[in-house]
Design a protein around this ligand. Structure first.
Ligand code: SAH
Length: 344
């Protein structure tokens, strides 16, 4: 059954996961070796490692965002596909799949654009945490007529996102700035919708990340996290297998990622904060056609020329894409959505 169409999972159906500390001592010395320890019990990292990682992420997106936009447009996230779709989609088909990812995420979280919604349930203020060049923000602002603010570590992205908003006459609704998701420049309880589309995997301290999402959410506000995870550990397992960890480490180096965690880890974090209506799903099957499609576009003449022009970070990123496919195929990488509501 399509997991997206399945009834939302409940906490009682969690696989055997032990509660473990998300605030255990930092142990990761540098961005290059940030994943030498597994996520379990070691989701926080040293301040120095965090700074190195933050700079690496900013440089990575400063360098690669132009290339991505040229080939794939303004959404820097996976597409959502029917799991059994064997059709080779056109470029526009993949772009539609990226929009569908936004729509499916809203639907899963029970967020509607609600003409019929009561005034106080309408989405009026949105924060897009890890906003890329603002594709989600502009889409959500237009869909809900909401004000949307996006944050990214990359100055290139923030500028490009603001320029695109101006070009689409949306500057009165959306704005973008450089800010850290782990220390957001917003008052407590500001946003009706807290949106994190494929940015959680970059966060070196998942507990701090989730705490910030919850802090800036308004009472009754909805939080949506769509993110790369590693598989849930089974009962009695303390860590991933060495070959699995090795695969993730190689991905982390080029994509500037710290230690990964599982969907269950996120759910337990949300549970520990007494959030309501926690739901999660594994959408790995729904994103399977994505990386093969990205690789195909990289191998076109236009793709190769743009890649070479873009620089080493882009080239290394492209060479890492097959590892993502391998990770999904072998069940080490999972594409998860986790959502909850902040109590009133
Ligand atoms: N959500 C966007 C972009 C995903 S790419 C989209 O769907 O199009 C990941 C984004 O996360 C980048 O914009 C990167 O700058 C941002 N990011 C990573 N770590 C961050 C942090 N600590 N604070 C703010 N943004 C961060």
């Amino acid at each position: 059954m399509n997991s997206a169409l399945a009834p939302p999972s409940t906490l009682t159906s969690l696989p055997h996961q032990k509660l473990h500390s998300f605030r255990s001592p930092p142990s990761l010395p540098s961005s290059a070796s940030m994943t030498t320890t597994t996520a379990r019990g070691s989701l926080a990292v040293t301040a120095a490692a965090t700074t190195t990682l933050r700079e690496g992420i900013a440089e990575f997106y400063n360098e690669t965002s132009g290339l991505w936009e040229e080939i794939w447009g303004d959404h820097m996230h996976h597409g959502f596909y029917d799991p059994d779709s064997s059709v080779q989609l056109s470029d526009s088909g993949h772009r539609e799949a990226q929009i569908r990812m936004i729509e499916e995420s809203l639907r899963f979280a029970g967020v509607t654009d609600g003409e019929e919604e009561e005034e106080e349930k309408k989405i009026k203020r949105v924060v897009d945490v890890g906003c890329g060049i603002g594709g989600s923000s502009r889409y959500l602002a237009s869909k809900f007529g909401a004000e949307c603010v996006g944050i990214t570590l990359s100055p290139f992205q923030a500028k490009r996102a603001n320029d695109l908003a101006a070009a689409q006459s949306l500057s009165n609704k959306v704005s973008f700035q450089v800010a850290d998701a782990l220390d957001q420049p917003f008052e407590d309880g500001t946003f009706d919708l807290v949106w994190s589309m494929e940015s959680g995997e970059h966060m070196p301290d998942k507990a701090k990340f989730v705490n910030e999402l919850v802090r800036v959410a308004a009472p009754g506000g909805r939080i949506i996290i769509v993110t790369w995870c590693h598989r849930n550990l089974s009962q009695g397992e303390e860590a991933l297998q060495p070959w699995e960890q090795n695969l993730l480490d190689r991905i982390c180096k080029t994509f500037y990622l710290p230690a990964w965690c599982s969907t269950s880890d996120y759910v337990q974090l949300l549970q520990s904060l007494s959030l309501e209506d926690i739901k999660y799903a594994d959408w790995s099957d729904n994103v399977a056609p994505f990386w093969p499609a990205v690789i195909r576009t990289a191998l076109t003449w236009k793709g190769l020329v743009s890649l070479l022009r873009s620089g080493m970070k882009s080239i290394k990123g492209a060479l890492t894409m097959p590892l993502m496919i391998e990770g999904f195929k072998k069940g080490v990488i999972k594409f998860g959505i986790i959502t909850c509501r902040k109590p009133l």
